[in-house]
Design a protein around this ligand. Structure first.
Ligand code: DX5
Length: 229
């Protein structure tokens, strides 16, 4: 499978009663990570997983556990999720005035750091931090729920983030999240995204996780072939 494009299944849409099985199914389908959406009911109007979920998943899979912290302040939760077994910690630029300190904290724990930008937040707010980041997450929906509609205005920001990374020669992933499915996958990869978070389009389809994963990955590759034309 072409590894330039990665799919990060978001377990927010998984069947929580069969979570272990579903995570092992996406691992078997070729995923290199799963995303765990942590919501605190304050930064976003929803409540989801705690560190106990990460701790329970850790021994079950070799996948990278990517924790997307939709909490405020993120600095209060970084150590907790790192100790539970997270490999990558993503926090929101809008959730703290101390982004640089949060990144230092994540790196100090030997983990990878990512920053997420809500649809209304410009990429320019990362200007002092580009060299520190392993991943930038461009939200393609307003965070808080799965199954939302993709916001096409975010394509411009994906292009500008990819442009900055290329220009500076950075080793930083461009991840997108929200409303990613077989209709929108090629749009975001053509714009420069290389990691696609997907919840409902992976876990909802009736023909199973493996088929849904292959379908989405194939659709995403279309955007890559179009972008090189
Ligand atoms: C939303 C979460 C997403 C969500 C994606 O705030 O960050 O990861 O689970 O779900 P879909 O792919 O269904 O839009």
């Amino acid at each position: 499978m072409n590894s330039t494009i990665k799919i990060a299944p978001s377990i927010l849409s998984a069947d929580f009663m069969r979570l272990a099985e579903q995570v092992q199914a996406v691992e078997a389908a070729g995923a290199d990570r799963v995303q765990i959406d942590v919501m605190d009911g304050r930064f976003v109007p929803n409540l989801t997983f705690g560190a106990a979920t990460v701790r329970a998943l850790r021994p079950l899979t070799r996948l990278t556990l990517e924790v997307h912290l939709m909490v405020t302040p993120p600095e209060d939760f970084i150590s907790l999720f790192a100790a539970a077994g997270a490999d990558t910690l993503i926090f929101h630029q809008e959730a703290t005035p101390h982004s640089h300190r949060c990144i230092q904290h994540v790196h100090g724990l030997g983990k990878s750091a990512g920053m997420a930008l809500n649809p209304s937040t410009p990429a320019a707010l990362l200007n002092e931090l580009w060299d520190e980041l392993q991943l930038v997450l461009v939200m393609t929906v307003n965070p808080g729920f799965g199954g939302q509609k993709f916001i096409p205005q975010t394509l411009k920001k994906i292009r500008s983030v990819r442009g900055i990374i290329e220009e500076r020669g950075l080793n930083c992933e461009v991840e997108v999240d929200g409303g990613i499915n077989v209709s929108t996958a090629a749009l975001v990869t053509k714009a420069g995204a290389n990691v696609l978070v997907a919840g409902s389009s992976i876990f909802d389809p009736s023909d199973g996780v493996a088929a849904a994963y292959q379908r989405l990955h194939a659709a995403a590759l279309h955007g890559v072939s179009e972008s090189v034309r």
